[in-house]
Design a protein around this ligand. Sequence first.
Ligand code: FPP
Length: 252
Amino acid sequence: MSSNPDTEPHESGTPSLGGAGPRHVAIIMDGNGRWAQARGRPRLFGHHAGAKRVREVVESCPGLGIDYLTIFAFSTENWKRTQTEVAGLMSLFRRYISKEMAALATKNVRVRFIGDRLRLDAKLVKLMDKLEVETEGNDGTHLTVALNYGGRDEVARATKRLARDVAAGQLNPEDIDEETLPRYLDTHVLPDPDLVIRTSGEARISNFLLWQSAYSEYEFIDTLWPDFTAVELGRLCERFGRRERRFGTVTT
Ligand code: FPP
């Protein structure tokens, strides 16, 4: 399908792209449950398969010119799943962060977490904090993992902090504009996503980066997350490069 040889897989299977691609890609990794179900296996089998896809995708970022990758691992709504699934996911995150992500740390990946940590168990939060500290000197791919994250919850928490600054006399309400709130968001150090991808055929954003994705391009693709590859990401990046982004203006 691609006519650009730069997006074809290299020998290693990692595609590459020149400068026209998205700098920040955010992914809603959906379809693990259906992938497992299609194989007659429990949902957690799909989550484990999904976790294995993350490394290839992260490692493909430098070649594709992606500086920031943000992935949606667990939403504030996901607590409504069965206790078995939630506990299984939390245990997967603990194991994944201590092993797999620690390996990514040696590849110059800087890892951050966004979301509300208060509801997460202390052991998991400790691992998250540790990985953030361990990778803070890395200047390669910025990997952000959204864990117990919800866009509305993030805006509510940001507003609470902002209101506290107003109450403390550190912020004048008259000075609040659309540059102010993002400084209080979990993502305050990240650029807005250029491209948001959702796998598994669902065309909705499910409370992901609501404020930040105001001008993002969207790709809703049928692939289930455990089948997603770096080659497919390369194709989506190439397609992004052909899109015209106007940010509300007109082109002549
Ligand atoms: C959605 O699939 C996926 C999740 C709720 C969890 C995402 C987690 C991973 C990909 C694994 C781990 C990631 C990291 C960073 C360790 P779904 O269960 O909603 O699938 P379905 O729509 O087919 O039921």
